[in-house]
Design a protein around this ligand. Structure first.
Ligand code: NAP
Length: 472
C-alpha cells in the first residue's frame, strides 16, 4: 500500500515489508517515510487543522458516522487484514473490526456534544458584575502513535475523538502492522473527510518519531505503546498535551471463597487472547494459599486445551507472537523462572513465533515473569495468605492499568477497589475487559490521560474562559 501525506497517496523507493507473523510470508509493502515526509505531513496537517476547526460539529458527526458505516460493511475484510499483519486469531480479528465500528460511532456522537459551562462568578467575592463561560476548542494538529497489537481499534480510539473534536490528525501506525491504519485512512477520505485533515505516515518510530513529537506545529500527542518509548516521547515532546497509554503486568486476586471453575475460565480467557499481547492481559494470578493447588488443578486443563497454529484456522485458539525475538524472550523468561525455583504446570514450549500457552506456579514477585511486563501467553501464579498481602503484592509494580478480584465478599471487593492502584478494577472477572465507551487508562507508569471517546475528546480539546465585565 502507499502512505497518505499532504492529500496524496505517496510511494517511496525505500519499502518496508509487512510480514505474516505465522509463516513470515510478505503480506504487502509500505513506503518508508523520511524526514521530508514528516515535514510535508505536518505542513499539510497545519492547513487541515484550520479546515477542521471551521467544520461544524454536525458535519464532523456525519463524516465519522459514514466512516463507521463503511467500515461495518467491510468487517470481514478488515478482520482478515488484522489477522494477516498482526497474527491474532481470525475470530479476534473480526471482533476488533466490529469494535472499531463502535469506536467510530461513539466518536461521531461526541462530535455533537462538545460544550463548555457557565461559571458562577457571583460566588467569588466582589465578582457580581461578571458573567462568563468556558469554550472547548480543538488542539490543532494531533499526532497519533499506535502499537502493533490492536492495529485498527487503537487507531480508531485516537483518530475518532481527534476528528470529533475538530482537529487534524497525523497517524503513525506501528511498523509491523500499518495496513489496517492505511485502509482506515481510505475509509475516512471516502466518508468525506477534508483531504488534509488526516495523514498516515509509515516509517520507523526510531527514525521519524523524534521529529514528529518535537515539532512545535503539533499541539497534542496521543501515544499507546511501551513504557520506555512513552518516556522518551514525554522527554522529546516539550510543552504539549500528551496522553500516554502504556504497559502493565496486570494481576488477578483469587480469594478463598471464589468459584474456582469460574476463575479458571476467566484466567484462560483473559491471559492468552492475542497470544497474551494485550496491555491488560492477566499476567499475575495471586491465589490464596488455602485454595492454591485446587485452583492450579482447575486451570491446567483449560490452558492445555488452548490449541495453537495458523490464526486463519477457525479452530485455533492462540496464534503466533508478533516477532520471533519476542517468542524467544518469553520462552527464556519462563526458563529463568523455573531455574530460580518456579514450577512449570503446563505449556511453555516454543516453535518459531508460537509459544504454547503456559502456567507457571510458585512464582516469586522478583522474577521477571512477574515484575516486568511479559506480553506473552504465560500466567504466573503466586500464593498469599491475607487480603492485605494480596493487595500489597498487586501494588508491588511500577504499573497500574487493570486488576481483577474473585470473591463473593463485599468487604473484600470494596477494599480491593479502594486500595489497588489501578485504572480499571474488575470484580469477578480478569483484568482484560474493556467496553469501548468506558474511561480507559492507567495509573503510575501505565500512563496518564483517558481513552474512550467521551473522555478522549476532553484530552483532544483545550479549555478557554470567556468573561464579560458588565456595567451594572
Ligand atoms: P512500542 O514498541 O512502544 O511501539 C509503539 C509505537 O511507538 C509504534 O508505532 C512505534 O513505531 C512507535 N515508536 C517507537 N519508537 C518511537 C520513538 N522514538 N518516537 C515515537 N514513536 C516511536 O510498542 P509495541 O511493541 O508496538 O506495543 C506493545 C506495548 O504497547 C506494550 O507495552 C503494551 O502494554 C502497550 N499497549 C498499551 C495499551 C494501553 O491502552 N495502555 C494498549 C495496547 C498496547 P515502530 O513500530 O516503527 O517502532
Amino acid at each position: 500500500m502507499k502512505m497518505y501525506v499532504a492529500g496524496q497517496w505517496v510511494d517511496k523507493p525505500k519499502k518496508i515489508e509487512v510480514t505474516n507473523p505465522f509463516d513470515g510470508s510478505v503480506v504487502d509493502t509500505v513506503p518508508q517515510a523520511d524526514k521530508g515526509d514528516v515535514d510535508r505531513a505536518l505542513e499539510s496537517a497545519t492547513r487541515g487543522a484550520k479546515v477542521m476547526a471551521r467544520l461544524p460539529g454536525y458535519e464532523r458527526y456525519k463524516i465519522l458516522k459514514k466512516a463507521a458505516d463503511l467500515l461495518e460493511a467491510r468487517v470481514e475484510e478488515f478482520g482478515r487484514t488484522i489477522t494477516l499483519e498482526e497474527g491474532k486469531i481470525i475470530g479476534e480479528g473480526r471482533t476488533e473490526a466490529s469494535r472499531s465500528v463502535q469506536t467510530l460511532t461513539l466518536s461521531a456522537e461526541e462530535a455533537k456534544r462538545i460544550h463548555g459551562e457557565t461559571i458562577p462568578f457571583d460566588g467569588a467575592p466582589g465578582a457580581t458584575r461578571q458573567f462568563g463561560f468556558t469554550l472547548r476548542v480543538p488542539c490543532g494538529v494531533v499526532v497519533a502513535i499506535s502499537p502493533f497489537n490492536f492495529p485498527l481499534n487503537l487507531v480508531c480510539h485516537k483518530v475518532g475523538p481527534a476528528l470529533a473534536a475538530g482537529n487534524s490528525v497525523v497517524i503513525k501506525p506501528a511498523t509491523d502492522t500499518p495496513l489496517s491504519a492505511l485502509k482506515l485512512t481510505e475509509i475516512l477520505l471516502e466518508a468525506g473527510l477534508p483531504p488534509e485533515a488526516v495523514q498516515c505516515l509509515t516509517g520507523h518510530g526510531g527514525e521519524i518519531g523524534d521529529l514528529l513529537c518535537a515539532d512545535r506545529r503539533v499541539r497534542k500527542i496521543t501515544f499507546t505503546g511501551s513504557r520506555d518509548v512513552g518516556e522518551r516521547i514525554c522527554h522529546v515532546a516539550g510543552i504539549k498535551k500528551v496522553t500516554m497509554e502504556l504497559g502493565s503486568n496486570s494481576p488477578i486476586i483469587v480469594m478463598p471463597d471464589a468459584d474456582l471453575e469460574k476463575v479458571a475460565v476467566a484466567t484462560a480467557a483473559t491471559g492468552y487472547a492475542n497470544a497474551g499481547q494485550v496491555c491488560i492481559s492477566t499476567q499475575r494470578v495471586l491465589t490464596n494459599r488455602r485454595i492454591y493447588s485446587d485452583f492450579l488443578d482447575a486451570l491446567r486443563p483449560k490452558v492445555a486445551a488452548l490449541t495453537t497454529g495458523n490464526p486463519l484456522d477457525e479452530k485455533v485458539k492462540v496464534g503466533p507472537m508478533i516477532r520471533e525475538k519476542d517468542a524467544i524472550r518469553v520462552e527464556s523468561w519462563v526458563k529463568e523462572a523455573v531455574g530460580s525455583g518456579a514450577r512449570l504446570v503446563v505449556g511453555g514450549e516454543r516453535r518459531g513465533t508460537i509459544v504454547q500457552p503456559a502456567v507457571v506456579a510458585d512464582v516469586k514477585p522478583e522474577m521477571r515473569i512477574s515484575c516486568n511486563e511479559l506480553f506473552g501467553p504465560v500466567v504466573a501464579v503466586t500464593p498469599f495468605d491475607s487480603i492485605d498481602e494480596a493487595i500489597a503484592l498487586a501494588n508491588d509494580s511500577i504499573y497500574g492499568l487493570s486488576a481483577g478480584i474473585f470473591t463473593e465478599n463485599l468487604e473484600w471487593a470494596i477494599k480491593f477497589a479502594r486500595e489497588v492502584q489501578s485504572g480499571n478494577l474488575m470484580i469477578n472477572w480478569g483484568p482484560q475487559w474493556r467496553a469501548d465507551l468506558m474511561p480507559y487508562g492507567g495509573l503510575k507508569e501505565s500512563g496518564f490521560g483517558k481513552e474512550g471517546p467521551r473522555y478522549a475528546v476532553e484530552e483532544m480539546t483545550e479549555l478557554k474562559l470567556v468573561c464579560f465585565h458588565l456595567a451594572g
